[in-house]
Write a protein of this length. Structure first.
Length: 251
């Protein structure tokens, strides 16, 4: 979450606070365009100055233990919030989508197919440091056939029920709201509603790639049209470069 906040600050300082994005409706494939404000996305918990003045090193400090109980079975989970290293490891796993940044896709929130359940399990395996059963299993039809875990026994992460994993993931998002930015979108064509996740790191990188190509194209046009050197072209402000480019197309 802290990394994302700093990326929002960096994006605002580089390209401004208004972020233009689009996503395609999963039902009718209609493009849905919208704008976001990086200040709102970063939240009001920290100012720009305080974020900019902090070090960039992320730590994996443990959070308060998470407790989950269902049908008489209780679990206490010790964990740390995901760091950039954790997310990178999950992104590089075979369960992640292979996302291809394209200059024409800058601003898109569409992602390829991926196994969300396995990615979540991989992330939890990295973040969870211990799982302890704090209450004995109740004798219910749902768990009668399950192995008995004495109270206080430590169990592996994969022993957590799916419902507990989902609850823990939701708890992590609540503790660190900037770690995942979920957007509620509605298609203007068919009125379908769905959630899209904004990955500010991937999004900002695509924007920078587009800006770099645009800058190279402007330098090419100005050097060709006016005979200026690359240094002369880059010394101009973006607005003046664009003005000279417009004049070239008017002549």
């Amino acid at each position: 979450g802290r990394r994302n906040q700093m990326l929002y600050v960096c994006r605002a300082a580089t390209l401004g606070t208004q972020l233009a994005a689009f996503a395609r409706c999963p039902r009718c494939d209609e493009p849905v365009e919208f704008s976001l404000d990086t200040d709102e996305l970063a939240g009001d918990s920290r100012s720009r100055n305080s974020l900019a003045g902090e070090g960039a090193t992320q730590t994996s400090a443990p959070s308060a233990p998470f407790r989950w109980e269902h049908q008489g079975v209780g679990y206490t989970v010790a964990f740390h919030l995901p760091t950039s290293e954790d997310l990178l490891a999950v992104t590089n796993s075979p369960h992640a989508a292979s996302l291809h940044a394209d200059s024409f896709d800058a601003g898109s929130l569409d992602a390829g197919s991926f196994d969300a359940g396995k990615m979540r399990a991989h992330l939890l395996a990295r973040c969870v440091t211990s799982v302890r059963v704090d209450s004995p299993q109740a004798d219910t039809p749902d768990n009668r056939a399950q192995p008995h875990n004495p109270q206080g026994e430590e169990v592996p992460v994969h022993a957590l029920p799916d419902a507990a994993c989902r609850a823990l993931a939701a708890h992590m998002c609540a503790v660190d709201p900037c770690a995942e930015t979920q957007l509620q979108l509605t298609c203007p064509g068919c009125a379908t509603t769905w959630q899209a996740i904004l990955d500010i790191g991937e999004f900002f990188w695509c924007e920078l790639a587009v800006e770099a190509k645009r800058l190279l194209w402007e330098v090419h046009l100005l050097a060709r049209g006016y005979g200026w050197s690359e240094a002369d072209c880059l010394a101009l402000s973006q607005r003046r470069r664009q003005t000279y480019v417009d004049l070239l197309f008017q002549t």
